[in-house]
Design a protein around this ligand. Structure first.
Ligand code: BGC
Length: 812
């Protein structure tokens, strides 16, 4: 044994990591141990108890084999044979990462099983665990049943439904052989500028636990039941995420910082944040994902107090903690190796390092060899991972079981889609419902025989699914099988014979129409791309035009008919300009593939059931005050009306109060992000206030960017908010001294790419000869709506200067 014993420098972390497995499975030298014959008789024997199996296995593991269990590559980053060669224990598909072979369920099953087979062929045959973001169905895969996002499930507030939902997700995921899902998300968002608000069930932590526990029970099987079906091979291992505090970051910034007095944070942690996790752990959740956010400047991925003392200690969590995607790369440390050590020492057991996995494995080995990571911590992490694999029966079920094969036949079946349609029906929130003649607008709707439907989102499966569908960001268009909202309306009216006239723009409303239903909202987004500023948190500009046009058309043609707005948004957004003009408002969230659920309530036999779990302010600029100043609130937490106009919950009056003063434009806007619609789609250095955007060089004033080192990034970046998804030609106005210049343009999420990752594109530029003349360097690109960060690299080998003056976004 060459291993040094490590001084207990990180005592807090340590007290708990020395749990059951302290001392067992001592690290073996690779060369000697790896050639020994393996004794599988105990750890492969399902009749043995789990502790005995773990010990029998760990006693035979080399340091390399242990490190291999702690690292998780992305499937697309693996060459054939890698899993076997490196003894990899876990693989994931990130958002939108379909197998090369195609995006049907069978392609996924083949890919997953091929990788599992490689793991089975390793010396020890430790099975692979494969993770995927089934955050609203197995939604990366074409043809699956896609459910409403969590914000809608929070509005539905039905634990029995959550259980059914969990079961369907488990079955449709397990059909691909995947045994681990990164759900449920337990965030409780406080600020809907946050791009992940729709992934949370509620702003109120008390609402989350019961729904999460029911989902987990449905997806994993009953943890406590006597005839336990817990983690049988038609179920999946759940992952509660992201631990912890992500809904509380400053300004609602994704991956941001929770800034709170230490004591106050601890109180908040224990009185509320931790509750959903407690419920999840009690429901038997075996994995938890660390969050990207920081708490008072310290990333959760390196917070030993939170991960080890609180989660593993106080909550008694015995499963493993997963890192988030490249999460280790965000923690402190002067080298990747140090970051890996800090992450593991804080309590992360399995590192999701999609592309740097090889380096990660060798860094773990080196850290254990030099004592930066103790053997005890190594063994603790590995034993936690193995425990979950044993609990989930991965050692016992084999590859591509009959159950999994049979489940493939059920993917997207009628029965599963009906569960999702039920979720849609239950989650719609009727926010406004004026009276109309003797009844309410929604009551009257049933009797109309001619209805105009406007807005492209009424006929768009991608728009109604939102982010995390087929691709990471999601996308408008017919991206998968499903029923559009308008097709659902038509189905409902088959009995009554009502006619629907559809106009995407609102420019032509049939004169016979007795009402207009306008379907508008936010185009899909995910994570940081969904972060908004006070001024940009609203419905798409294109949809505002649809509403404006609709009201104009009605006025011009003298039609006095009710207008019902159906919102497809991931959160409360500013709709102050339309609240008065609408006669009824239905929040349909992102309902998923089963759009018929909307029509079934609006035109069918079901009444509205959903209530808001998020306080909805008049203006996004009032978000910070929405919990303390009722005058800033448009719809209270708990709002939800029935068809007859009565309130579902007794929350006092649901009448809409007076509109507060409209905030001044840009007041309190998220610093840095320039909204294209407010600068005529031309971004200049002068649009920014931060110094880093305005670089003055030589005799040129107010030059936005200057760069005079070949092969280096210009210091500074351009933060841009793109309001409309679409095809763009970007014109970079660049001055360049040499003919040979090229620039490399970097633009980050939410661009649509196959791998869902940031983009770098090399673009040749022509010399303009003078540093004060600007040439036009163009780049054609498809952009989603959302926040982007543009950076520029001068790739000129001889180090000639370039300057960037402006970027013009030309919409095609
Ligand atoms: C997200 C996680 C997700 C992971 C894997 C990360 O970017 O924060 O929620 O599970 O990617 O796709």
């Amino acid at each position: 044994m060459k291993m040094k014993k490590v001084a207990l420098a990180f005592t807090m972390t340590f007290a708990i990591s020395l749990s059951t497995f302290a001392g067992c499975g001592q690290v073996k030298k690779a060369d000697s141990e790896a050639t020994k014959e393996v004794d599988k008789s105990v750890y492969m024997d399902p009749t043995q108890d789990i502790d005995t199996r773990i010990k029998a296995l760990m006693d035979q593991m080399t340091l390399e084999e242990k490190a291999g269990q702690m690292v998780q590559p992305e499937q697309a980053a693996l060459e054939p044979g890698d899993v076997k060669k490196y003894g990899i224990g876990a693989v994931l598909s990130g958002g939108g990462s379909a197998p090369k072979g195609g995006n049907e369920i069978i392609n996924w099953a083949e890919r997953v099983n091929e990788l599992k087979q490689e793991a089975a062929e390793t010396r020890l045959g430790i099975p692979l665990i494969y993770g995927v973001d089934s955050v609203h169905g197995n939604s990366n895969v074409f043809g699956t049943t896609v459910f409403p996002h969590n914000i809608a499930m929070g509005a539905a507030a039905d634990p029995e439904l959550m259980k059914e939902y969990g079961r369907v997700v488990a079955e449709e995921t397990r059909a691909t052989g995947i045994q681990w899902i990164y759900a449920p998300t337990l965030a409780n968002p406080q600020n809907e500028l946050w791009g992940r608000s729709y992934e949370g069930f509620s702003e109120n932590a008390d609402d989350i636990g019961p729904l999460a526990a029911a989902f987990i029970e449905g997806a994993q099987g009953d943890y406590k039941g006597s005839n336990s079906d817990y983690l049988s091979d038609d179920r999946v291992v759940c992952c509660a995420k992201h631990f912890i505090g992500e809904g509380y970051t400053e300004g609602g910034r994704n991956q941001g910082d929770v800034v709170m007095d230490e004591k106050e944070f601890d109180e908040k942690l224990h009185s509320s944040l931790i509750k959903p996790y407690k419920a999840a752990v009690e429901a038997g959740v075996p994995t938890v994902m660390a969050s990207y956010n920081s708490v008072n400047g310290l990333k959760c991925h390196e917070n030993g107090y939170l991960l080890t003392d609180v989660l593993k200690g106080e909550l008694g969590f015995e499963g493993y903690v997963s890192g988030d995607y490249n999460g280790a790369q965000q923690v402190s440390g002067n080298s990747y190796r140090q970051q890996v050590a800090n992450t593991i020492n804080a309590g992360v057991d399995l590192l999701m390092e999609p592309n740097s996995w090889k380096e990660n494995i060798s860094d773990i080995v080196k850290c254990v060899e030099d004592g930066t990571i103790s053997e005890e911590r190594l063994d603790d992490a590995v034993s936690r991972i193995l425990r979950v694999k044993f609990q989930a029966g991965l050692f016992d079920y084999g590859i591509d079981t009959d159950t999994e094969k049979a489940l493939r036949e059920k993917v997207g079946c009628e029965e599963n889609r009906e569960v999702a349609a039920k979720a849609v029906r239950e989650s719609l929130v009727l926010l406004k419902n004026d009276s109309y003649k003797e009844e309410t607008v929604m009551e009257a709707l049933d009797d109309f025989t001619s209805i105009a439907v406007v807005g492209s989102k009424a006929n768009d499966i991608g728009a109604q699914c939102g982010g995390w569908t087929i691709s990471w960001q999601g996308q408008t268009g017919n991206i998968t099988d499903g029923t559009s909202i308008i097709a659902g309306f038509a189905k409902e009216s088959a009995d009554t014979g009502a006619k629907f006239y559809y106009s995407t723009s609102g420019a032509d409303i049939d004169p016979s129409a007795q009402a207009v239903v306008a379907v508008v909202g936010e185009s899909p987004y995910a994570e940081t791309a969904g972060d908004r500023s006070d001024t940009t948190l609203t419905i798409d500009n294109g949809d505002k035009s649809v509403l404006d046009k609709t009201f104009e058309t009605l006025e011009n043609s003298g039609m006095d008919i009710p207008v019902i707005i159906v919102l497809l948004t991931g959160r409360p957004v500013t709709i102050a300009d339309y609240v008065d003009r609408a006669d009824a408002i239905v929040e349909a969230w992102y309902p998923g593939t089963e759009g018929q659920g909307v029509g079934q309530v609006m035109f069918g036999d079901y009444d509205f059931n959903g209530t808001l779990t998020y306080t909805w302010p008049w203006y996004a600029s009032d978000i910070e005050e929405k919990f303390t100043d009722e005058s800033k609130v448009l719809f209270k937490y708990g709002t939800g009306l029935k068809r007859d106009g009565s309130s579902i919950k007794s929350i006092g009056t649901t009448a809409i109060g007076p509109k507060p003063d409209k905030p001044k434009a840009n007041e309190g806007a998220m610093s840095g992000y320039v909204d294209l619609s407010s600068c005529n789609y031309t971004v200049e250095g002068e649009n920014y206030t931060a110094d880093s955007y305005l670089i003055t060089t030589g005799n040129a004033n107010n030059i936005s960017y200057a760069q005079n080192f070949g092969g280096q990034w210009a210091n500074g970046k351009w933060d841009v908010f793109v309001p409309e998804e679409g095809e763009y030609t970007l014109h970079f106005m660049v001055a360049a001294a040499e003919d040979t210049n090229t620039v490399e343009i970097y633009y980050n999420t939410p661009t649509i790419t196959d791998d869902g990752n940031a983009n770098r594109t090399l673009v040749p530029i022509k010399a303009t000869k003078s540093m004060d003349d600007y040439g036009d360097v163009t780049l054609d690109v498809r952009l989603n709506a959302g926040n982007y960060e543009f950076k520029l690299m001068n790739n000129t080998e001889d180090g000639a200067d370039i300057r960037l003056d402006s970027i013009i976004f030309e919409q095609k």
